[in-house]
Design a protein around this ligand. Structure first.
Ligand code: SAT
Ligand code: MN
Length: 587
């Protein structure tokens, strides 16, 4: 028996499913699994899938999760390195043996009465030198179908793995959804993720955050590449040239909107390569090459509309043989269509809320869960980049680090050199969102939007970023962005969405050295005249406010950044302290 088969057999012995089913990733199989989700499997008495209106949302299905299972659970997510310091203060840590003992106990018989689906999948194109062959086990159709949308699921992966022992492994069970028995455990040295008690995307689709970020970031450190929480886009300018940009933003801060933005500037077009994860390697030519290891979008539904993201609305309603899933949105009861706050048009007369109750507009509750999501194939996206399937990926000329900050951070700031670039990412903070189960709207440090996803000590991660700069013959330019600054009346100063093309244009102009920039203590900022504001009615004072450097506010921020750095003790690279001290001195 080959190592993979032996491993599957051992897991079945522990979890005791009624059946073991090896998926081949075919269309016919997906249909069959959806049927099972409609007719047989249940959560709290609800079917796993309910078909939606096929005229308006072809091949689409509604899924209602367990009511406690709606977001990532950072406090139950552990990175089990052999020693605590490798995990760092940015991760919960448990000794690997202790973690396995705990999970073995929780997993004993956890799949009884259910089917174990064996999912062979690739992260990245099978022909890519940067892709990885993986296998996940799960006991719920929702995860099997989601993985088929989000990854390249194919039987060929089994041949790729062959007799190899160190394929990427994931063991997932929803258990009985008991939040007290919910854990997401990572074993980076074994390329293994073990997750129980949750069916939610980031906790259960183990190829996504668990492998492609937490474990891959650690692999990247050892193998000299980067696994990042980034969008990848191609920005085509009127000359026909395309500049590839990667952008890190925390969860639920508009990455998906940025990834398929409809530019307001004539002659500019955005091509979508990815909306969540970038694997970036130094190519033989000394440039930074990025691939999106995924093939789908797991995006936040509320706020998505023809106004904010027309290309996503087209993606969601295109209808191909790939199914589309809507999880914890509301339902337009009469039309049998998914609905969420911020949808186009009037609020339907009759709505069923995300928990299955008749929605009462007078109660002030949300009909859709704020973290309700769609899962949809990237192949349905009208702006999908022609290089999406390029095994080498795309060459990155600019990297953006963003956050959600109502105050302080200017619309855009450019780093001055590689060390300063890394500091630009390291100093990021962002307001928390509904994507994880904690209080919303609190500023926390979130370097490179990787705080919840960096699978090892973040001090070592900063060092790794510094080293990567030395390996690059052609370094991308690096910027920090913030679309979310407000005025003293609480109104957003910048319109965002398609208007962000104006900011990207400046990025492209800087990449090609077409415009100068002005030096400030926090980095380089644009001359306002170099930002194309044609057709946008924005008061001059607002533009000035968007770039105002609040010295007192930044000194306080420097204190917070310093406190965060101190948490890493002597492991924090000297260069980051030098950058912070220089910024303070200049302020
Ligand atoms: O659930 S995910 O972690 O994949 C989405 C997100 O929080 O970014
Ligand atoms: Mn994300």
């Amino acid at each position: 028996m080959r190592p993979l088969e032996r491993w599957v057999e051992e897991q079945a012995k522990l979890t005791k499913p009624d059946r073991v089913y090896w998926c081949d990733g075919s269309e016919e199989e997906a249909r069959r699994i959806i049927e099972i989700g409609i007719k047989e499997e249940k959560i709290c008495g609800n079917p796993i899938f309910a078909p939606l209106n096929g005229m308006t949302f072809p091949n689409s299905f509604y899924h209602r999760s367990h009511p406690t299972d709606v977001a990532r659970i950072e406090h139950l997510t552990y990175v089990c390195h052999t020693d605590k310091d490798t995990a760092g203060p940015n991760n919960n840590w448990m000794d690997p043996e202790e973690a396995k003992a705990k999970m073995t106990k929780l997993s004993d018989g956890c799949m009884k009465g259910r089917t174990m689906y064996v999912l062979p999948y690739m992260m990245g194109h099978p022909d890519s030198p940067y892709s990885k062959a993986c296998v996940q086990l799960t006991d719920i159709s929702y995860v099997a179908i989601s993985m088929r949308i989000m990854t390249r699921m194919t039987k060929k992966v089994l041949d790729k793995i062959g007799n190899n022992k160190d394929f990427v492994r994931g063991l997932h069970s929803v258990g009985d959804f008991d939040p007290k028995k919910r854990f997401i455990m990572h074993f980076p040295n074994e390329h293994f993720v073990w997750s129980i008690g949750s069916g939610y995307g980031g906790n259960a689709l183990l190829g996504k955050k668990c492998f492609s970020l937490r474990i891959a970031s650690y692999l990247g450190q050892q193998e000299e590449w980067l696994a990042e929480h980034m969008v990848i886009v191609g920005a085509q300018d009127p000359s026909g040239d395309t500049t590839y940009i990667a952008a890190a933003l925390p969860s639920a801060c508009g990455k998906t909107n940025l990834a398929m933005m409809e530019s307001v500037l004539p002659g500019y077009k955005i091509w979508t390569v990815g909306d969540d994860i970038a694997w970036m390697n130094v190519g033989p030519d000394g440039r930074l090459w990025a691939i999106n290891p995924e093939t789908g979008f797991f995006g936040v539904a509320p706020g998505t509309s023809m106004k904010t993201n027309p290309n996503m609305m087209k993606t969601l309603t295109k209808g191909t043989f790939y199914p589309t899933l809507f999880t914890n949105t509301a339902l337009d009861t009469d039309k049998n269509e998914p609905w969420w706050e911020g949808s186009d048009g009037a609020i339907p007369k009759k709505l069923t809320d995300w928990q299955g109750n008749k929605w009462d507009p007078t109660k002030g509750t949300k009909a859709a869960h704020p973290n309700s999501r769609f899962t949809v194939s990237a192949y349905q996206c009208p702006t999908l980049s022609p290089l999406f399937e390029n095994p080498k990926g795309v060459p990155i000329s600019a990297i953006l680090f963003g956050g959600k900050r109502m105050h302080l951070n200017p619309l855009i700031v450019e780093g001055t050199d590689w060390q300063n670039n890394v500091f630009l990412g390291a100093r990021m903070g962002s307001e928390t969102t509904a994507a994880a189960s904690h209080k919303e709207g609190i500023v926390r440090r979130d370097p490179m939007a990787m705080l919840p996803f960096c699978g090892y000590n973040m001090a070592d991660y900063f060092k790794h970023w510094l080293n990567m700069g030395k390996k690059l013959v052609y370094q991308p330019k690096v910027f920090s962005v913030n679309w979310f600054r407000i005025n003293d009346k609480g109104k957003y100063l910048w319109p965002g969405f398609g208007q962000n093309a104006r900011v990207l244009k400046w990025v492209i102009d800087r990449v090609h050295n077409r415009v100068p920039a002005q030096k400030t203590p926090i980095g380089l900022i644009p001359y306002i005249k170099d930002i194309d504001l044609k057709g946008l009615n924005i008061p001059k004072e607002d533009m000035e406010e968007l770039f105002r450097i609040d010295h007192d506010g930044w000194l306080k921020e420097a204190g917070d950044i310093g406190d965060f750095f101190k948490g890493f003790g002597g492991r924090m690279p000297r260069e980051m302290w030098d950058e912070l001290n220089r910024m303070k001195a200049e302020l």
